[in-house]
Design a protein around this ligand. Structure first.
Ligand code: SF4
Ligand code: SF4
Length: 466
C-alpha cells in the first residue's frame, strides 16, 4: 500500500484557501456505468410509480405522518404498531451494516437516492447542456457572455423543475395520490401551506443537487463516517491494485519494463465525482460509484494489459489473492439480523386487526350497586383495517356483566378510532381479593375473539378470618 498519508489531511472539494473546489467529473462509459444506469432507472421508475400502485385497495406505500397512518405493501400501521416499525427500522439499519461489512459501500454508489439523482438525473442534464468535463471547466472560466447565460439558466431552470416534480412525488407518499389530485384540482391558493412547503422543499432539493452535491456524501452523510468501523481487510471495496500498478509512470510498457501497470494517466481522478485519487487507498470519500474501474479498464484495454487494475476486491484480496467475504463478524451480524427478522415476521403475522386500550377511569375506585361491585373504565378501539367492524366486549374467566356506553355493539368504520366508557359489575361474593385481574375479550360480528385485553378490577378490602 502506498504509505504517503498526507492526502488524508484535506478533502478534494476544499482548496488551500478554504474555498469550494468544484468537481467536474469526466463522463464515463463501461460495463459498470451501464449496469448502474439500469439499476438507477428501475429504482427511479419505482419511486415515481409506487404512490399510484395499490394492494388490496390500500396504497403500496404511504407515510402519512400528520394522519398518523403508514401503509407498507398494503398493510396499515398506526402509532400502536410503533414497536413493529422500530424493529423494522433496526432490521433495515442492520442489513445495511451486514451488507457494508461484506460488500463495502455498494449502497452509496448503486442505491442511495443522493447518488442516483446526482449521477443519473442532474449530472446527465448538465452533460447534455454544458458538455463533458473540459467544456464545463471552460464554460465556468469564461466571462458571462450569451452562451454562458443561456446554458447556466437553462440548466438551473431544468434542475428546479426536476426538483419540483420530485417534491410532488414525496408529497404523494405523504398524503396519498387522491389527496394530491385534490390539491391539484383546487389549486395552490386553497392549500397555500402545502404549496409553500413544496416550493421550499423544491428549493432545498435544487440547492443540494445544483450546488451542495458531493458535499452531502463527504461531510453530511453519517453512513460515510461509519465506514472506518464497518470495513475490515476482508470487506469488498473499490481498490487499486498497488502491487500490480506500482511503480506508476507514463510512457509505453514493455514486458521487461520494471514499471507497474499504472500509466499515471490521471483518468481515474478525473472521473471521480468526489475528486479523490483511489490510488492513495480506501478513503471515506469513495462512494463506490465504479467510475474509476470503468475508465481504468478502458486504459488497460488500450495498452493491452489485463483489466482490473482498479476493481472490486478486499485489501487481503490484493495482498494475498484471498477473498474471504463471509468472516465470523459477517456471520454474527447475519445471525442477529435473522433473529430480528423472525421477530418482526411473527409480530406481523400475529398482528391483530383491532387495537384495544382499556384504562381505569381516573379518580374512580369502585361502587356498590345492588350487591355488585362496579368499576368504570375508558376504552379506545382502533380499527386497523379498511373494513367496517362491529365489536362487543365480554368478560372472560369471570362472572359478571359488562356494559358499554352507546350500546353493547360498537360499530367502527374502516380505520376509525372510537373512545367510550365501559362499566363492569361483578357480584361481591365472587371477588376474593381487593384487586382482581380481569381478561376482557373483544368479539367481532362472527363471535370470534379478535383481541384479549387485561385490566384490574378493584373491590372492597377483605377482612382476614380469625
Ligand atoms: S486510470 Fe488506471 S492507469 Fe490511469 S492513472 Fe488511474 S489507475 Fe493509473
Ligand atoms: S474512487 Fe472510484 S469508486 Fe470511489 S467515488 Fe471515486 S470514482 Fe467512484
Amino acid at each position: 500500500m502506498i504509505q504517503e498519508e498526507s492526502f488524508r489531511d484535506t478533502i478534494a472539494t476544499v482548496n488551500e484557501e478554504g474555498r469550494r473546489n468544484r468537481i467536474f467529473p469526466k463522463r464515463v462509459t463501461g460495463r459498470f456505468a451501464l449496469a448502474r444506469k439500469y439499476v438507477a432507472w428501475i429504482l427511479l421508475v419505482f419511486l415515481f410509480t409506487a404512490p399510484w400502485m395499490t394492494v388490496g385497495g390500500q396504497p403500496l406505500l404511504l407515510l402519512d405522518v400528520l394522519g398518523r397512518k403508514f401503509v407498507l405493501f398494503g398493510q396499515i400501521f398506526r402509532p400502536a404498531d410503533t414497536f413493529i416499525f422500530v424493529l423494522l427500522m433496526i432490521s433495515g439499519v442492520l442489513s445495511v451494516i451486514v451488507f457494508t461489512v461484506a460488500f463495502g459501500r455498494i449502497f452509496c454508489g448503486w442505491i442511495c437516492p443522493q447518488t442516483i439523482f446526482l449521477e443519473q438525473v442532474f449530472r446527465k442534464i448538465e452533460y447534455w447542456i454544458e458538455g463533458d468535463r473540459n467544456r464545463q471547466i471552460k464554460l465556468q472560466k469564461q466571462p458571462w457572455n450569451f452562451e454562458k447565460i443561456w446554458k447556466k439558466s437553462t440548466k438551473n431552470i431544468l434542475f428546479y423543475l426536476v426538483s419540483f416534480a420530485v417534491s410532488n412525488v414525496f408529497l404523494q407518499y405523504l398524503v396519498g395520490v387522491d389527496r394530491w389530485k385534490l390539491y391539484l384540482q383546487e389549486g395552490p391558493m386553497q392549500h397555500f401551506g402545502t404549496f409553500s412547503a413544496i416550493v421550499i422543499f423544491s428549493l432545498v432539493f435544487y440547492l443540494v443537487f445544483a450546488w451542495f452535491r458531493e458535499q452531502a456524501c463527504i461531510v453530511v452523510c453519517p453512513y460515510g463516517r461509519l465506514q472506518g468501523v464497518m470495513l475490515d481487510r476482508n470487506s469488498l471495496v473499490i481498490i487499486y491494485d498497488w502491487i500490480r500498478g506500482e511503480p506508476r509512470g507514463k510512457g509505453k510498457r514493455k514486458e521487461q519494463d520494471e514499471k507497474g501497470d499504472c500509466v499515471d494517466c490521471g483518468l481515474c481522478v478525473q472521473v471521480c465525482p468526489t475528486g479523490i485519487d483511489i490510488r492513495n487507498g480506501t478513503q471515506l470519500e469513495c462512494v463506490n460509484c465504479t467510475a474509476c474501474i470503468d475508465v481504468c479498464d478502458s486504459v488497460m484495454h488500450k495498452i493491452g494489459k489485463q483489466e482490473g487494475l482498479i476493481r472490486f476486491d478486499s485489501q487481503n484480496g490484493v495482498e494475498q489473492g484471498r477473498k474471504t467475504i463471509f468472516t465470523t463478524r459477517v456471520y454474527a451480524y447475519i445471525g442477529i439480523l435473522a433473529v430480528l427478522l423472525s421477530i418482526v415476521t411473527s409480530l406481523l403475522l400475529t398482528r391483530s386487526e383491532v387495537e384495544t386500550i382499556v384504562l381505569r377511569m381516573p379518580g374512580k375506585l369502585f361502587e356498590r350497586v345492588e350487591g355488585d361491585i362496579e368499576n368504570i373504565y375508558n376504552f379506545t378501539l382502533i380499527n386497523k383495517t379498511d373494513e367496517a367492524k362491529s365489536l362487543n366486549f365480554e368478560l372472560l374467566d369471570q362472572n359478571g356483566a359488562i356494559e358499554t356506553t352507546g350500546g353493547s355493539i360498537i360499530a367502527l368504520s374502516p380505520e376509525e378510532i372510537k373512545h367510550g366508557a365501559l362499566i363492569i359489575r361483578i357480584p361481591e361474593q365472587a371477588l376474593s381479593a381487593e384487586k382482581t385481574e380481569l381478561k376482557i375479550g373483544v368479539y367481532n360480528s362472527s363471535n370470534e375473539v379478535v383481541e384479549v385485553v387485561k385490566t384490574n378490577f378493584l373491590g372492597p378490602r377483605k377482612r382476614k378470618k380469625r
